[in-house]
Design a protein around this ligand. Structure first.
Ligand code: ATP
Ligand code: F6P
Ligand code: MG
Length: 371
């Protein structure tokens, strides 16, 4: 890994830190690393903002000081000690943006560390354009952040889904059933793809590749005859050829049309929809399991603890060097950073021909493609 030099040409006096978007394992590891790195290297005061951007959208702002004691013993803890929000949005209106900026000034912050996913980085970029000194840290179980090959939290989610698939397999075998397991991931299929491969799923269905129902049914039927059971791992954003994605609800109205590229929709339930469609085509019982928030909970894996620690420390180095408007990244196995302008409004989905897709296809995993 290429590490930045340890010298500190600039020394922020007071740094804010917040966790935005859906929570994920490893957030506390980042909070700890940022805090310890800054306290040790320049003695900056670290201020934890509560509940993501929600803590900056109220009067007075909600924040507390983080010292050595506050971050001691949190490396292993899931969730975030600061709380998070995937609703609060400083870009909702000009007043919301102004209040956020005023609260940053009121807290006396020289810089802000935003730990979040694509939505949070879009907000961070907009605030950076308004003059805030911001460094982003890539968080999301979905692993869909542009310019970064691994967000922390993804490894833990994949481990959780893999274990769930293994447990589903034994009961599927006992009852000669076809079991459909739905993962999170929004419009990116990374979780379903990696966990499906890790747990030897027979079929892996991704948002990036619309599935052909008759081809999937034929694959499952053949597998049933051969091995008594079949397990399908499906990403929540997947859809049938010519069909639509399965939505639970719109979560809240988007008040700023300019922000609208990524609609604030809640996905979920595609496994039940597929269950209904597949059942008449098969001679075995079909059942669906939606894994849900279990994928976001719990203690981070050792990989995520290390990655989150490296990211947190790297964010502190960027602050010390006065590199603002950047998000920490991992690219080609190297730590680095990318302009928030490049990350904002982008998503990293599974590209066609990705080596994992090729390998899955070559070893006989059904990706739902027509025969
Ligand atoms: N394209 C966008 N432009 C502006 N704001 C957005 C956009 N997408 C999401 N947001 C806002 O960003 C906030 C966080 O978004 P989101 O819930 O997607 O979390 P995130 O930080 O992307 O993390 P994750 O997706 O992993 O949960 C929400 O308040 C949402 O309104
Ligand atoms: O906690 P909520 O609001 O239901 O959000 C769920 C969404 O957040 C994520 O867990 C992380 O982006 C997605 O995989 C999922 O679609
Ligand atoms: Mg997001």
């Amino acid at each position: 890994m290429s590490l930045l030099p340890m010298s500190a040409p600039t020394c922020p006096r007071r740094v804010g830190i917040l966790t935005g978007g859906g929570d994920c394992p490893g957030l506390n590891a980042v909070i700890r690393a940022v805090t310890q790195s800054l306290l040790r290297q320049c003695g900056a005061e670290v201020i934890g903002i509560e509940d993501g951007f929600a803590g900056l959208l109220c009067e007075p702002p909600r924040a507390r000081r983080l010292d050595w004691d506050a971050v001691s013993g949190i490396l292993l803890l899931g969730g975030t000690i600061l709380g998070s929000s995937n609703r609060a949005n400083p870009l909702d209106s000009a007043q919301a943006t102004a209040l956020t900026l005023a609260n940053v000034r009121r807290l006396g912050l020289d810089a802000l560390v935003v730990i979040g996913g694509d939505g949070s980085m879009t907000i961070a970029h907009a605030l950076a354009q308004q003059g805030l000194a911001i460094v982003g840290v890539p968080k999301t179980i979905d692993n869909d952040l542009y310019g970064c090959e691994r967000s922390f939290g993804f490894d833990t989610a994949v481990a959780t889904v893999t274990e769930a698939l293994e447990r589903i397999q034994t009961t599927a075998h006992s009852h000669r059933r076809v079991m459909i397991v739905e993962t999170m991931g929004r419009w990116a299929g990374w979780i379903a793809l990696e966990a499906g491969l890790a747990a030897a799923a027979d079929a892996i269905l991704l948002p990036e590749l619309d599935y052909d129902l008759p081809a999937l049914a034929r694959h499952c039927q053949a597998r049933l005859l051969r091995e008594r059971y079949s397990v399908i791992c499906i990403g929540e954003g997947a859809k049938a050829l010519g069909g639509t994605a399965t939505l639970q609800a719109t979560t809240w109205p988007m008040t700023d049309p300019a922000a609208g590229a990524i609609a604030p929709l809640r996905l979920g339930g595609v496994a039940h929809r597929l269950n209904q469609a597949l059942q008449p085509l098969l001679q075995a019982e079909v059942r669906a399991t939606v894994l849900g928030h279990v994928q976001r909970g719990g203690s981070p894996t050792p990989f995520d603890r290390v990655l989150a620690t490296l990211y947190g420390n790297q964010a502190a180095q960027l602050l010390l060097q006065g590199h603002f408007g950047r998000m920490v990244t991992l690219s080609g196995g190297q730590l680095g950073h990318i302009a928030l302008a490049e990350v904002a409004q982008q998503q990293r989905t599974v590209p066609p021909g990705h080596p994992l897709l090729q390998a899955a296809q070559q070893i006989g995993v059904c990706l739902g493609q027509p025969d």
